[in-house]
Unconditional design. Structure first.
Length: 345
């Protein structure tokens, strides 16, 4: 069946039914957890348009129709902007999306505002129930919305219940590498600094303690300062260094570069120098890390590659709504710098 010479596709049905292509595919394929009203509307429109069983057996390719997707980005609670890590990943996503005609609708907002009402409004406004969600754990109502109505890919996060595809850096392996760099330089008393204990920091902490446990004469302790921001680390360690003349550790392993940079700044304001008074390493290799003097030792990963993988996961989910969930993991490398001093050198 054709309309004005055009073969009917699931994109045509989605447009007429005011739902996503993913919802059309799921409704026609008999998927569970979809509204009976939506299922009936999709099937009725498919019949009216003459969508054949032959066409139904050939899922609409993402290249046949432009995919639209909302991108939810968590607002930095201090600056009101976007975390450098997320900015670099999103910039890569914009470039990759342009190559394939994917339309992005970015939404920068405080994490606590990402509720069902907001998500529903965005889906209606932009005509899509397809989304990327950076860092944030979807609340139960939002998770149910995407399970029933569309497609969601988590970026810099993972769904431990395996409902949604995700792309995340190898936090565990990366922090083992970071800790090993300290151990290789002769440090045996280490401090791990985390901003919070969400999934990624927990995995990094696990990598830290496993690396320490594999070195017989090493010991490690953890410190959670409340937020993984430069400002939080700066204020915390200004007090810490001001109130303490000495400390038990020689190397600080930070959960990210922002906290490491904040700790270095706090040390300078208290008359301390890195790596003379203590050594430090970060994680993420943000652009600021290369500007530090000395350059920050850190862990690097390909954020452009993460963005490209996120888009690949979304296109796969749109084309194959019932495909198994994928948790993609981005590899890491160690980036040397000048903030780790060698013990006994």
């Amino acid at each position: 069946m054709t309309i004005r010479g055009k073969r009917i596709s699931q994109a045509d049905i989605a447009l007429r039914a005011d739902v996503s292509i993913s919802t059309v595919s799921r409704a026609l394929g008999g998927a569970t957890r979809i509204s009976p009203v939506v299922r009936e509307r999709v099937r009725r429109i498919a019949e009216e348009l003459g969508y054949s069983e032959r066409e139904r057996a050939q899922p609409t390719r993402a290249s046949e129709a432009a995919i639209k997707t909302v991108v939810y980005l968590p607002m930095h609670p201090v600056t009101g902007g976007l975390h450098p890590i997320f900015q670099e990943t999103y910039d890569g996503m914009v470039a990759a999306a342009a190559d394939i005609g994917l339309r992005l609708f970015p939404k920068l907002l405080p994490e606590e505002d990402l509720d069902l009402a907001f998500v529903t409004r965005q889906a209606e406004e932009h005509g899509t129930a397809t989304a990327f969600m950076f860092y944030v754990d979807p609340i139960p109502e939002v998770a149910e919305f995407y399970q029933e109505n569309g497609s969601l890919v988590l970026v810099n996060n993972v769904d431990t219940r395996m409902r949604f595809d995700s792309i995340i850096v190898d936090n565990y392996a990366g922090m083992k590498l970071a800790t090993q760099a300290m151990l290789d330089a002769g440090h045996r008393r280490l401090l791990f600094v985390a901003g919070n204990l969400r999934y990624s920091p927990r995995e990094r902490m696990r990598g830290f303690f496993d690396a320490v446990s594999e070195c017989p004469d090493a010991s490690g302790e953890q410190l959670v300062i409340g937020h993984d921001r430069h400002e939080t680390a700066l204020e915390y360690f200004k007090r810490y260094f001001g109130e303490n003349e000495s400390w038990d550790w020689t190397g600080m392993v930070c959960g990210n570069d922002l906290m490491a940079i904040g700790a270095i700044q706090a040390a300078r304001e208290n008359g301390l120098t890195v790596p003379d008074d203590f050594s430090i390493i970060g994680f993420d290799d943000i652009s600021w890390s290369a500007m530090m003097a000395p350059r920050l030792n850190t862990i690097c990963y390909d954020r452009i590659g993460m963005a490209e993988e996120a888009i690949r996961l979304l296109r796969r989910r749109v084309e194959k709504p019932e495909a198994p969930v994928i948790k993609a993991v981005q590899g890491v490398t160690y980036t040397p710098g000048g903030t780790i001093g060698r013990i006994g050198a």
